[in-house]
Design a protein around this ligand. Structure first.
Ligand SMILES: [Ca+2]
Ligand SMILES: [Ca+2]
Length: 202
């Protein structure tokens, strides 16, 4: 399984499962994206990105300091690295926490470092995932999926590529906690309570 060997998990805790799939793998994530860095994309209120730089096809530096990840949807992607206009660190924050996160990692390099934070049983943990000796092969795109055990919550991601360019990512799929259906149920429940409270006053 070449895809399973593409990334190397370090000190993985059992409460968050890491899985990898080549973008060409039938098991790679599919379905609608949460965010893909396109000008037309709407960033959910609970999701934020900082640092790095969003490149688009044809921008200066493309093919020199950054490469579009194979399998990237649309014209744009996010790139982290030491050369401007990038920054060597980029962060992603999930305001409500996430139960699962996947993203496309283009041309994984040994100097690419992903750290993710999560909470379990009231305590916070950090795990780190490193790129491997694929050494920036621009034909390789790998999906990394993080899945939290029920009750645990992924709170954020930090991407680093300080030694060299670049850490290129796209195609984010995030399941926020609580899920949108839960919000709908909570609102419906609130509506029922309001109706009940009003009836009691009559
Ligand atoms: Ca994109
Ligand atoms: Ca790269």
């Amino acid at each position: 399984m070449a895809s399973a060997m593409a990334l190397c998990a370090v000190a993985a805790q059992a409460v968050v499962t890491e899985s990898v799939a080549l973008y060409t793998d039938p098991a790679a994530p599919s379905g609608p994206l949460t965010y893909g860095f396109e000008a037309s994309d709407v960033l959910p209120a609970w999701l934020s990105f900082s640092g790095g730089y969003v490149f688009s096809d044809g921008d200066p530096g493309v093919g020199v300091i950054t490469a579009k990840p194979p399998g990237a949807e649309g014209a744009s992607w996010w790139s982290i690295g030491p050369s401007e206009p990038q920054t060597p660190t980029g962060t992603v924050n999930f305001a409500d926490g996430a139960s699962s996160v996947s993203f496309l990692w283009g041309s994984p390099d040994t100097y690419n470092e992903l750290s993710y934070t999560y909470t379990s049983g009231g305590a916070s943990f950090v795990n780190t995932v490193l790129g491997t000796s694929l050494d920036g092969d621009r034909s390789v795109g790998v999906y990394l999926t993080l899945t939290a055990t029920a009750g645990d919550v992924i709170t954020g991601l930090t991407f680093k590529s300080s030694a060299a360019n670049a850490f290129e990512v796209d195609n984010f799929r995030v399941t926020s906690v609580p899920e949108p259906e839960t919000y709908a149920l909570m609102l419906a429940g609130l509506g029922v309570m309001v109706i009940v409270a009003r009836r009691r006053r009559l």
